[in-house]
Write a protein that binds this ligand. Structure first.
Ligand SMILES: Nc1ncnc2c1ncn2[C@@H]1O[C@H](COP(=O)(O)OP(=O)(O)OP(=O)(O)O)[C@@H](O)[C@H]1O
Ligand SMILES: [Mg+2]
Length: 254
């Protein structure tokens, strides 16, 4: 089977002549469907740029991104909107929930915009919030939830359209270590339950150790890759070693 994400010779430059910043340089990789992958690297190494390009928020200067067998470059505006809705969910560091809506309405929002029947929406919201352990928070407003609960609500909202890929940029960045490990366990549950491919940017070696694979960026280039052998603690140590080797921060935790 073809990989769900193929990145070929990806380069992204920012700025004008004379002051060009090379955020990504000739990056190549593939991710198979159902993988749980972390992207690590020092600040400014191009992680967010990479995530934004593969999730079609941004465009490359050079190179190709093929998602689910489709060249994203060839998609017209209307196709792109549909493509995003069907394939891609996105979670940010700051939860981005709407303050004046209940958690239920926040999660259901993408479905209500799609004209889906009310009972179908409620069923979907119930199913996801049970999996993420926030089904007893649905009538509350975002300010009444903890950071970890808010982030899990944001993940439910990103998943409500049943996307095939979930992108997350520093999703544990604003969470304490307990809430972070709960969120990471949820990502793993989501992948196991729905086969969703999860691609997560993180600074945190402990967070990355929940994944199957870690890709390391340095100065916009792919500079290393590690795969787990199933032992999270051993994987955590290998990730810390790689972070030390490549330079940059990998918060000691676990
Ligand atoms: N819109 C932009 N215009 C100009 N330069 C940019 C822009 N966005 C990012 N850059 C530059 O591209 C490089 C990569 O940035 P990026 O945001 O991808 O890094 P990152 O790895 O996500 O860093 P962090 O860990 O701090 O979030 C940096 O040098 C940054 O200054
Ligand atoms: Mg970033």
């Amino acid at each position: 089977m073809a990989p769900i994400i193929e990145v070929k010779n990806l380069t992204r430059l920012y700025g004008q002549q004379g002051a060009v910043c090379r955020a990504l340089h000739e990056v190549d990789f593939e991710i198979e469907a159902g993988a749980f992958v972390a992207v690590m690297g020092p600040s400014g190494s191009g992680k967010t740029t990479l995530l934004n390009i593969i999730s079609t928020i941004d465009k490359p200067t050079q190179g190709r991104v093929i998602i689910g067998g489709r060249e994203t470059e060839t998609l017209k505006e209307k196709e792109l909107a549909l493509f995003r809705r069907e394939l891609i969910g996105f979670v940010f560091q700051e939860f981005n929930l709407l303050d004046n809506m209940t958690i239920r309405d926040n999660i259901a929002l993408p479905l209500t915009l799609n004209n889906i029947k009310a009972e179908e929406i409620l069923r979907k919201v119930q199913e996801l919030t049970e999996l993420l352990g926030i089904d007893n928070q649905l009538d509350k407003y975002p300010y009444q939830l903890s950071g970890g609960q808010k982030q899990r609500a944001a993940v439910c909202r990103a998943l409500v359209n049943a996307p095939r890929i979930l992108f997350a940029d520093e999703p544990t960045g604003a969470l304490d270590s307990k809430a972070a490990s709960e969120l990471l366990a949820c990502f793993r549950d989501v992948r196991n339950q729905y086969g969703t491919t999860v691609v997560m940017v993180t600074h945190d070696a402990a967070a990355a150790s929940y994944c199957d694979r870690v890709m390391f960026l340095k100065d916009g280039m792919l500079s290393g890759k590690l795969e787990t052998n199933g032992n999270a603690e051993a994987f955590f140590k290998r990730i810390l070693n790689m972070v030390a080797l490549l330079g940059g921060e990998g918060h000691e935790r676990l």
